[in-house]
Design a protein around this ligand. Structure first.
Ligand code: WTA
Length: 651
């Protein structure tokens, strides 16, 4: 959606200042007072003394089993944080609360799509995690083993993640909306020994049979020895004797205590696969110590998390937002969070507003796509509810257009709640560019890199540029940063650290204004952002080409009012194939099977050829310009310039 929004963003002059009474009570203001810091500028300055800063910050948030010797060790492109410390994130997320007054505090309020409600205290979670961890140990799962998790938005998903972390196993969660094949590929890449899934879950009033889907994947996952199946419904499921085990049965006789494995602070906690510019997703590695500090710090400051808050991060745990801000950070801070299973507008478009009113949610964190969906339904839906419990709002995943920002501010926040537009990535692990609750806000800007973090906009010569689009780069290592791509150090180096030496390339086109505010404009590379979800153009192309009738495919993103971007594909069929409506439907369904519903193309056009360079590289930039009716630039160097015209006339 990038270029189309720039004009609007450049014109944005409105500034929203938070109220003083509000600011004075925030966690960040209290920290500033304690350190004698008078204003935001001074705070950012303090953050530049980054080793000191992270040391100070970590003190309030985590408890090491054995203290670290050094805050950070930076051997580009590899960083180690809290070097020498012994640690396990589960100590802070669970163990310490179960031994404190928070024992009986509610950690998760769960609401299922059909309306069933569960409340889990920290002690309830502690017991269930321990039992599951003991059962996993009994199955032979050990430190460093990988566990593939394919589960919907139910409390057993965080429980499964925590049980893995507790015994030092590495979880690899795959979004339950991904297809069986996508799950299979990720399980195989991570060589998981164990899979945890569930029978079925609710979505738009219907059951989605996840175990059946998992079984399709499990036909081709040689590393998997056992499958633990959690029960969400009463339905029967297909069963492989000896391999499959019911969750409730295997934990029944397990002890309520399980010692938490003492790990190195930099031992891996999880892999999470994300799209890049090749057809193969990359397994991003995150570790225990730095990730705990980075996620807890950002949630405590940006969303001002206090014990009395009811926090709702309405993302899916299958993505990084859910890992960091439904599971780890809120638990470390001892918060109460809402987890909702189903579709946002089910049964009615006020489902979310009903949930906020019912549980007195104080902070809501969601995506621009959801906000635009609710905008479309109109303000009459939120108006039916008392939303006065809200005090802060948040946005993530894509650039938020000022119109959506204003609607959110007015109709959900009653002009009382600052909006935290947080820019970050699977790779950063936690918020990176984001306001604090005392930052004056400009709708559409994620403002500045948080204290202790540092970003710049570089031109191609690695020079900082102002008021012009450039490459967003992160100029220091940071605690929650990725530690690599699983089994692929070359790709790690190449993707993030080679365009500018020892500087992290984020892959987003960004502009920095006169106040030093960042305006993220969209991806610079061939990665689509559909409803805040990252999907590689080439992954969709590979999925199309894997259909027996397809010879070649090119995929581009087009601006879309609701989803940010829609997926448009140009398909070259094999000679014996007919370009029928039926085939179009079959290809659409095929991408769903290969990748998942979110990747199904909005448009499929049949063409004889797609524009390519002489070396055979598909020129997506040219295709996109042509499809949007823009200047395609010089096409004479293409191997097949005539293919460009066909894009314009595609059927
Ligand atoms: C985009 C999601 C503008 C960006 C947490 C980034 C954003 C990609 C914002 C990462 C934002 C995320 N404003 N763009 N506030 N937040 N993005 O890995 O293009 O799923 O590079 O992480 O989403 O997507 P990912």
């Amino acid at each position: 959606m990038a270029e189309e929004n720039i004009a609007v963003l450049l014109d944005e002059k409105r500034v929203f200042k938070p109220k003083e009474e509000f600011v004075n009570q925030t966690n960040v203001k209290q920290w500033m007072d304690k350190h004698n810091i008078k204003n935001l500028d001074e705070l950012y300055k303090k953050g530049e003394n980054w080793e000191w800063f992270w040391e100070e910050i970590s003190k309030d948030l985590v408890e090491w089993y054995k203290p670290y010797d050094k805050v950070v060790e930076w051997n580009p492109p590899y960083a180690k944080w809290f070097v020498g410390a012994q640690y396990n994130i589960v100590h802070d997320a669970l163990d310490k609360h179960a031994k404190s007054w928070r024992k009986n505090k509610v950690a998760f309020i769960f609401e299922g799509e059909p309306g069933d409600v569960q409340k889990w205290t920290y002690n309830d979670l502690y017991i269930e995690v321990n039992k599951l961890a003991n059962a996993m140990k009994k199955l032979g799962v050990k430190k460093g083993d990988r566990v593939g998790i394919y589960m919907p938005m139910i409390v057993e998903l965080p429980i499964a993640m925590l049980a893995c972390a507790k015994i030092g196993a590495i979880h690899s969660v795959v979004f339950s909306g991904f297809s069986a094949n996508a799950f299979r590929d990720r399980v195989n890449d991570s060589e998981a020994k164990l899979v945890i899934t569930c029978d079925a879950f609710w979505r738009r009033g219907k059951k989605v049979y996840l175990k059946e889907q998992a079984d399709v994947a499990l036909e081709e996952t040689p590393s998997v020895q056992h499958v633990i199946v959690c029960k969400r419904t009463e339905d029967a499921v297909p069963w492989t004797k000896g391999r499959d085990l019911w969750w409730n049965e295997i934990i029944k006789d397990m002890s309520k205590e399980c010692e938490t494995e003492r790990l190195d602070a930099d031992d891996p906690l999880f892999f999470l696969y994300t799209s890049g510019t090749t057809g193969k997703p990359k397994g991003i590695i995150h570790t225990h110590g730095g990730y705990a500090v980075g996620t807890a710090y950002t949630l405590k400051w940006v969303f001002d998390m206090k014990d009395e808050d009811i926090w709702w991060c309405a993302a899916d745990i299958g993505w990084i937002t859910g890992h960091s801000y439904i599971v780890y950070a809120p638990l470390i801070l001892g918060a109460t969070s809402v987890i909702y299973e189903g579709a946002p507008d089910w049964l009615q478009p006020d489902r979310w507003w009903d949930i906020i009113e019912k549980y007195n949610v104080t902070t809501l964190y969601t995506s621009p796509t959801s906000i635009r969906l609710f905008m479309r339904y109109g303000e009459k839906w939120p108006q039916k509810h008392d939303l006065s419990s809200l005090r802060l709002l948040g946005s993530v995943g894509e650039p938020i257009n000022p119109e959506a920002w204003m609607w959110y501010y007015k109709h959900i926040g009653s002009e009382n709640c600052p909006i935290m537009d947080t820019w970050w990535q699977t790779e950063t692990g936690h918020f990176y560019i984001s306001p604090l609750p005392l930052t004056p806000l400009k709708p559409g800007s994620a403002t500045k890199a948080l204290p202790g973090l540092s970003a710049e906009v570089y031109n191609e010569k690695a020079e900082p540029v102002q008021n012009a689009g450039g490459n967003l780069v992160l100029t220091h290592p940071w605690p929650g940063m990725l530690r690599g791509i699983y089994k692929n150090p070359e790709r790690y180096q190449e993707t993030y650290w080679s365009k500018f030496k020892s500087i992290y390339l984020a892959g987003d086109v960004t502009r920095k204004d006169d106040d030093g505010f960042f305006w993220i404009q969209g991806r610079a590379d061939d990665v689509l952002n559909v409803s805040g979800h990252r999907i590689g153009n080439s992954e969709v192309e590979s999925a199309l080409v894997s259909h027996p009738m397809v010879a070649e495919a090119a995929v581009i993103g087009k601006p879309h009012e609701l989803k940010g971007e829609s997926i448009v594909s140009y398909v070259v069929l094999k000679e014996d194939a007919d370009p029928t409506e039926e085939l179009r439907k079959a290809l659409w369904a095929h991408v769903g099977t290969e990748m998942g519903k979110i990747a199904r193309p909005d448009e499929i056009w049949f063409v004889h050829d797609v524009p390519k360079t002489r070396s055979g590289k598909i020129m997506r930039r040219v295709i996109r310009a042509k499809a949007l009716g823009k200047d395609t630039g010089d096409t004479s160097t293409l191997a097949n310039p005539e293919a460009v015209d066909e894009i314009g006339n595609a059927k």
